[in-house]
Design a protein around this ligand. Sequence first.
Ligand code: COA
Length: 208
Amino acid sequence: MTEEVQVWVAPLEVTEARYADLAGTLAVEERRRAEDLPPVLARRFVVARGILRDLLSGFTGTPAQKLKFAYGSAGKPSLVDHDINFNISHSAELGLFAFAPDRAVGVDVENERPVRRLLDVAQRFMSEDEVRTLAATDPDQRDATFLRSWVVREARLKAEGRSVWSGQETAGSPGNLTHKLFSPRPGYIAAVAASDSDWRLYTCAVKH
Ligand SMILES: CC(C)(COP(=O)(O)OP(=O)(O)OC[C@H]1O[C@@H](n2cnc3c(N)ncnc32)[C@H](O)[C@@H]1OP(=O)(O)O)[C@@H](O)C(=O)NCCC(=O)NCCS
């Protein structure tokens, strides 16, 4: 088993020239998906997909525009002709791209911000213990505490290929998931989850 889980960190704000290069690698269905999104989200989607294709091309040796994605039942993308495990997350202007050759991986990033209806969201999606902890947390610290729990929860669900709507985590994980919390940039909190515990996190910066 390889011990390395790589997380590449990329700003999603790019020049027009870089945008055109990245957009040029997308498949027709990805362009169609972008057309259905509001302009700001469409641009971020195109940039993130383009960066993902570029990085996957480096790992697989296949040209970026020739890579084909398949999707799990809850939407987790994987590559059709290659075994590499990967997962991406974007929040505001930051994208995270996680890669693991031999194990399931999930990543989630959130920009640190006031969370609307925090306790309602927590009650809907988190365990009773987490809700109790949040309710008892100093209000100044509550958003940060919530977002830390949230990214861990999302990274673990995403490693499993599930979604936040799938309900509480249950048995049936791909191996025993472990996770690491980190701050990829000031003002952002992220978690990466992967099977088993014999892995180390390496973060790298994408330069545009
Ligand atoms: C889709 C979901 C897996 C993550 O959504 P998210 O946190 O909004 O978005 P992220 O940027 O972290 O991740 C999206 C990426 O994960 C990947 N993805 C999609 N479904 C996935 C799944 N079931 N499992 C793993 N990865 C998935 C995709 O690559 C997607 O990016 P793309 O659409 O550009 O290809 C899901 O848990 C969800 O719907 N979350 C809602 C989040 C929410 O309600 N937040 C409010 C409280 S802060």
